[in-house]
Write a protein that binds this ligand. Structure first.
Ligand code: AP5
Length: 190
């Protein structure tokens, strides 16, 4: 299928969605179009229709078989989309029984991304962003746990590159430097 497939990942609250929106605004004025897809939203619509969850933050607590089935349904739907696609998702998801791969083999083989971007920043900045965001039910964890999650995401991204041959790009979204992150992301997408 024609078009570029770019996957954007990062721990909750790192600002993935914010950077994506800024980058897409920049590209629009140049005539470069991407369809933004939120993987969690695809999963949530199916989970809600089956009565499994009431809000998106509850999906992390579903059992592994349900999460796997929801991932597969989302990946199959996304794979059918033509043109440039940008997928906002997670390299790994923190569940009560440990890290769940966000892009396991059955998801990667459907989507076959060209690039996976890891959005990162300092652990204490992520902690503050989560504490200030009252619209979501964020997991309560400290800067050390956030550091472990960011490190785990780098490790698992290397495995994703091995399966697909895609490149891995790390972009820092630091406080007050959103524009810098958006410029870097737009460069990758052009
Ligand atoms: P998802 O919808 O991705 O939710 P999330 O993980 O909570 O991520 P957010 O989108 O809320 O955070 P963000 O990093 O985009 O930050 P934001 O831009 O809002 O996923 C929901 C659920 O779906 C997951 O928990 C999981 O269960 C499931 N899921 C998804 N993909 C999956 C997969 N592949 N496999 C299995 N399950 C999956 O910004 C946060 C705050 O920071 C905002 O207040 C913003 O204003 C602020 N901010 C951003 N940038 C800056 C900056 N530079 N300076 C200062 N403040 C900033």
């Amino acid at each position: 299928m024609a078009g570029k497939k770019v996957i954007i990942t990062g721990v909750p609250g790192v600002g993935k969605t914010t950077v994506i929106n800024e980058a897409l605004n920049k590209l629009k004025s140049e005539g470069v179009e991407y369809q933004p897809i939120n993987f969690g939203s695809f999963m949530f619509e199916v989970a809600k229709s089956e009565g499994l969850v009431e809000n998106r933050d509850q999906m992390r607590t579903l059992d592994r078989a349900d999460q796997k089935r929801l991932q597969q349904r989302a990946a199959q739907a996304i794979a059918k989309i033509d043109g440039n696609v940008m997928i906002d998702t997670h390299a790994s998801v923190k569940t009560p029984t440990g890290y769940l791969a966000g892009l396991p083999e059955w998801v990667l083989r459907e989507i076959m991304p060209d690039v996976i971007i890891l959005v990162e920043t300092d652990n204490d900045q992520i902690l503050m962003r989560r504490l200030n965001d009252e619209t979501r039910s964020r997991d309560k964890e400290g800067a050390r746990a956030i550091a472990e999650h960011q490190q785990f995401n780098r490790s698992i991204a290397a495995a994703y590159a091995m399966v697909t041959g895609c490149t891995i790009r790390i972009i820092t979204n630091a406080d007050h430097l959103l524009d810098l992150a958006a410029v870097e992301m737009a460069d990758v997408l052009r």
